[in-house]
Design a protein around this ligand. Structure first.
Ligand code: DAH
Length: 344
């Protein structure tokens, strides 16, 4: 009996001291296993007398029950603690601020280029591209600017070799289209593209810029068709309250030629320093395609006529959004670019 009491004391203190599930499992085997200590006590019963045995048996059983209950309790405690630990470890703090996803913007040059092209597409024009490394033939000759003509000096050119150059204007696409579609009239195309000139970069000049060329060739096309088309262009891209004005000008590839002005963006026409008190701002060049340009492409200029225009996209962006240095359109400063709303 004393032995049982002593064992019980040892067992209960040992059980209260365990620190882990593994330790309690070991104790469980040590006490309650087949070869465990309580089983050992049972074995000793055979040395007892018949009178002593029931009392001893009852005590051992009571001990067994008590130890079993305590061990089960401990096991539960450890399992619960482990589950809690796991929950804490996997806890997600939903109050932390999320990661900011930066949404990109279209570049303002792309925005305006798309606006203009989409407008003309909606009027049945096809968008046509051409090579940036261009032949002298299409950039100058076919635009009625022969070799050694002083008009070439207006467009300082990056030459690659005697025949090839970086196109100085999208009029090179125009002359290509005229030749390619000579047998396939009428022609209605809008031609965006990069253009290059050997200019010193400053606030209003960039050695690389973007133009869009418009070209329409059909029977009976008149100056009034050009004017109406340009009005649609200006009102759509710059605002329905914008007016246009045509001034006589000179280009080798058009006759007559005009310079197209729009209502000053700054003063809305009343006159200010931006428009030199005229109320007008120069926007683009245009004209009726020169008969010789049509003939060189193989088009009968007696039967067909048409208009063309060339707009500088950089200039259009600067006027539309009040950007005062063309170079800022090419430095990819996100402080400028992020001010433009996503287009699509
Ligand atoms: N090619 C001219 C330039 O770059 C712009 C231009 C003027 C294009 C009149 C045209 C036009 O198609 O008719 O300065």
């Amino acid at each position: 009996m004393k032995k049982i009491e002593a064992l019980k004391t040892v067992m209960l203190t040992e059980i209260t001291k365990v620190n882990s599930l593994a330790e309690i499992e070991t104790l469980k085997i040590k006490y309650l296993g087949k070869k465990g200590e309580i089983q050992g006590l049972m074995q000793e019963m055979r040395h007892l007398s018949n009178e002593e045995r029931p009392q001893f048996g009852a005590l051992v059983n009571a001990l067994k029950n008590e130890v079993e209950t305590l061990i089960t309790q401990k096991v539960d405690e450890f399992i619960q603690a482990e589950v809690l630990n796991q929950i804490n470890a996997e806890h997600i703090d939903i109050t932390l601020p999320g990661q900011n996803l930066e949404v990109g913007n279209q570049h303002p040059l792309t925005i305006v280029e798309n606006e203009i092209c989409e407008l003309f597409e909606s009027m049945g024009y096809a968008v046509v591209d051409g090579p940036e490394v261009e032949l002298d033939l299409y950039n100058f000759e076919r635009a009625n600017i022969p070799e050694n003509h002083p008009a070439r000096e207006m467009q300082d050119t990056f030459f690659i070799d005697v025949e090839r150059l970086l196109r100085t204007h999208t009029t090179a696409i125009q002359t290509r289209v005229l030749e390619a579609e000579a047998e396939n009239l009428p022609i209605k195309v809008i031609c965006p593209g990069k253009t290059y000139r050997r200019d010193e970069d400053d606030a209003t000049h960039s050695h690389q810029f973007i133009q869009i060329e418009g070209l329409l060739i059909d029977e009976n096309i008149k100056m009034t068709d050009l004017k109406g088309t340009l009005e649609v262009l200006v009102k759509n891209v710059f605002g329905s309250d914008q007016e246009i004005r045509l001034r006589p000008s000179y280009f080798q590839f058009t006759e007559p030629s005009v310079e197209v002005d729009v209502t000053c963006f700054n003063c809305k026409g009343s006159g200010c320093s931006v428009c030199k008190q005229t109320g007008w701002i120069e926007l683009l060049g245009a004209g009726m395609v020169h008969p010789h340009v049509l003939e060189m492409a193989g088009i009968d200029s007696k039967k067909y006529s048409g208009f063309a225009f060339g707009i500088g996209v950089d200039r259009a962006v600067m006027l539309k959004y009040g950007v005062n240095d063309i170079r800022s359109l090419y430095t990819n400063d996100t402080r400028l670019l992020s001010q433009f709303k996503r287009f699509d």
